[in-house]
Structures are given as C-alpha cells and as structure tokens.
Design a binder for this molecule. Structure first.
Ligand SMILES: *[C@@H]1O[C@H](CO)[C@@H](O)[C@H](O)[C@H]1NC(C)=O
Ligand SMILES: *[C@@H]1O[C@H](CO)[C@@H](O)[C@H](O)[C@H]1NC(C)=O
Ligand SMILES: *[C@@H]1O[C@H](CO)[C@@H](O)[C@H](O)[C@H]1NC(C)=O
Length: 222
C-alpha cells in the first residue's frame, strides 16, 4: 500500500503531466504563417500616412534576388533591386531622370520562412477576408487568409499599410529585367556605402527610413 508521501508525489506528477500536455497542445494548435513561396509576383498597394503607391514585388529566393518596382501616385517609377549579397540598386529609368543609388547592406533578402517565430494574435477580418493575424518583433503585423493561406495585408510599426492585390505563385521575372542600368556602375567613386542601423545618418531621410525597414526585415526576419 502506497504511503501518503508516495500518493502526493503521484498526484503532483499527474498535475505536471496535465499542465505539460495542456500547454503543449494549446501552443501546437496555434496556426503558423505559411512560408513565402520561393518565387512569386505580387501587386501591392501601399499607404504611408496617405502617401500612396502601387508596387510590383518579384520575390525570387532561388536566384537570391528581390525586386520592388514602385509607382508613386502621379509621380516617378522607381526600381529597387536587392541581391542576397547585400547590394541594393535604387534607380529610375526613362522617361525620368537617370538616377541610381547603390547601397551595401550587411544582410541579404528575407528568407521564405522569415515569419517563423511570429506571435499568433487570433482571427480578424481584413479587406473583407477572414485572416489569421501574427505580430513579429513589434515590427510587423501580418494578415493571412484563413482559407487560402495567401497574404492579404501587413502593417509596419510606423503605420504603413500594404494591401496584397495579386499573388501569383511561381511567377518569375525574365533575367533581362534584373540588370541595373550602366549609370549604376560608371560612378567616379564606385565604393558603395556600408549601411546598417548605426550608419543611417549618412543617408537622406527617405533612404534612411527604407534602409531601417530593410535592415530590420533582413536581419531580424531572416
Ligand atoms: C491612407 O492612410 C490614411 C491614414 O494614414 C487614411 O486616412 C487614408 O484614408 C488611407 N487612404 C487610402 C486610399 O487607403
Ligand atoms: C552582388 O550581386 C550583384 C548581382 O550579381 C552584383 O551586381 C554586385 O556587384 C554584387 N555585390 C557584391 C558586393 O559582390
Ligand atoms: C531632372 O533633371 C533636370 C535637369 O537636371 C531638372 O531640372 C529636373 O528638376 C529633374 N527632375 C526631377 C524630377 O528630378
């Protein structure tokens, strides 16, 4: 016959097991964000404090490249070409003035699983889609369609909202379009800037903001 002490130990172990199972099943039940497809094209609408833009995103992980083609409302079309070796070309083409800024980041493009470890916040309607919602490092709130697992929307900590209009899995932009123009290369001083959070003072404000986003996306989200 078991002593009172043995019974208490047995009860204690049962309770531990119960809490362990309860805890592990409740976290296991939380949905996790679908990884990004290795290659896709999306048309995005972005709104930063009422300043609107349409953006074509060509994510191409196997080739180590990511392209944002940014149409500012009634303004310039900008090309933001990012390589996994950290080099980013930000340029304009005809009919706009030829400009190009080359920036060297110390991190590459986000990995397909960059949302791993995000905190699940439950379900919410966004743009008329029932979504699972996650938050990651206080930087991004991410909305994914419950039914199709496609991204619907994300919001950065500064309030900038991105709405996903199309999501073409497997779409790849031709190699010819991934070539930055000549004037990105024939600078008198070809030494690229090294950019990280601590050196953003060397850049103008818009670039610094973009750089800070990029830095956070590429480092904390990798
Ligand atoms: C853009 O966001 C602002 C708030 O930052 C909001 O007042 C405005 O209605 C939004 N515009 C569009 C077209 O969504
Ligand atoms: C990174 O790759 C791009 C595309 O191949 C190239 O133009 C650029 O010079 C590379 N940057 C570095 C630092 O090697
Ligand atoms: C384009 O360049 C011309 C000549 O240098 C300049 O007058 C004009 O302001 C520039 N346009 C833009 C949008 O920067």
């Amino acid at each position: 016959m078991a002593s009172a002490t043995e019974e208490r130990i047995g009860l204690f172990m049962c309770l531990c097991l119960f809490f362990f199972l309860h805890f592990s099943t409740s976290t296991a039940e939380d949905p996790i964000p679908a990884p990004w497809p290795e290659q896709f094209h999306s048309v995005l609408f972005l709104n930063r404090s009422g300043s609107l833009r349409k953006q074509d995103l060509w994510y191409d992980w196997p080739n180590g490249r990511n392209f944002n083609i940014i149409q500012y409302q009634l303004d310039v079309l900008k090309y933001d070409l990012e390589w996994n070796n950290g080099t980013t070309f930000l340029y304009t083409l005809d009919p706009f003035n030829h400009t190009c800024q080359v920036t060297q980041y110390d991190v590459g493009i986000p990995r397909p699983n960059w949302l791993d470890g995000a905190n699940y916040l439950g379900q919410q309607y966004a743009d008329n889609f029932l979504c699972n919602v996650w938050e990651k490092v206080g930087f991004i709130w991410y909305y994914e369609d419950v039914l199709t697992k496609r991204p619907v929307k994300w919001i950065f900590y500064d309030g900038m909202i991105t709405d996903v209009m199309t999501f073409e899995v497997g779409a790849v932009l031709d190699d010819a379009h991934w070539q930055a123009p000549d004037y990105c290369f024939n600078k008198a001083e070809p030494e690229p800037q090294i950019h990280n959070r601590r050196s953003s003072f060397s850049l103008d404000l818009e670039t610094a903001i973009v750089g800070d986003f990029r830095w956070t996306l590429m480092s904390e989200m990798r």
